[in-house]
Design a protein around this ligand. Structure first.
Ligand code: HEC
Length: 134
């Protein structure tokens, strides 16, 4: 291969890797995480937070504000009248097909009990109320 074309090829590969790196690490374009205000939490919500951080945070993000793998739960879509507490139990037990967002589907999360989901719900509802979602 000619020296010149090798340099061009190397540059193209470097740019390609840069783009891939950016796309994997940055937020999904158009879906920035929500900057969530965290209120003083009740004991139940504190417990929920610990369980959330172990099982849900990798997709639903810090303070349930969303990440590039999952939507914010502190969002109007998930207000209690649209996604009642049962929607949380069902999501954890059965998973969720992708329908509101372009993040893909949520797999079931085994090993999180109904009681634990109830604590997570307290946590998410307290965050929602502190951020104007009722
Ligand atoms: C592997 C990533 C991932 C994990 C882990 C995850 N979720 Fe999700 N979740 C998603 C995605 C993606 C959606 C959005 C699906 C859509 O509507 O497009 C979602 C949607 C939801 C919904 C909305 C359900 C509905 O009826 O629309 C709830 C509630 C939820 N998740 C709760 C949780 C809880 C609680 C946990 C932890 C126990 C959790 N998720 C863990 C990815 C994840």
């Amino acid at each position: 291969m000619e020296k010149n074309s090798f340099i061009w090829l190397a540059a193209a590969v470097a740019i390609g890797l840069g783009i891939i790196y950016f796309m994997r690490s940055g937020p999904l374009p158009g879906y920035e995480p929500v900057n969530v205000t965290v209120p003083e939490l009740t004991a139940e919500a504190q417990a929920g937070r610990t369980i959330f951080e172990a099982n849900c945070k990798k997709c639903h993000g810090k303070n349930a504000g969303g990440s590039r793998k999952g939507p914010p739960l502190v969002h109007k879509i998930y207000e209690p009248s649209h996604h009642g507490d049962i929607a949380f139990q069902m999501a954890v037990k059965n998973g969720v097909l992708s329908h509101h967002w372009p993040f893909g589907k949520m797999p079931p999360v085994p090993g999180v009990s109904e009681e634990q989901v109830t604590s997570i719900i307290s946590y998410v509802r307290e965050l929602q109320r502190a951020n104007g979602i009722r």
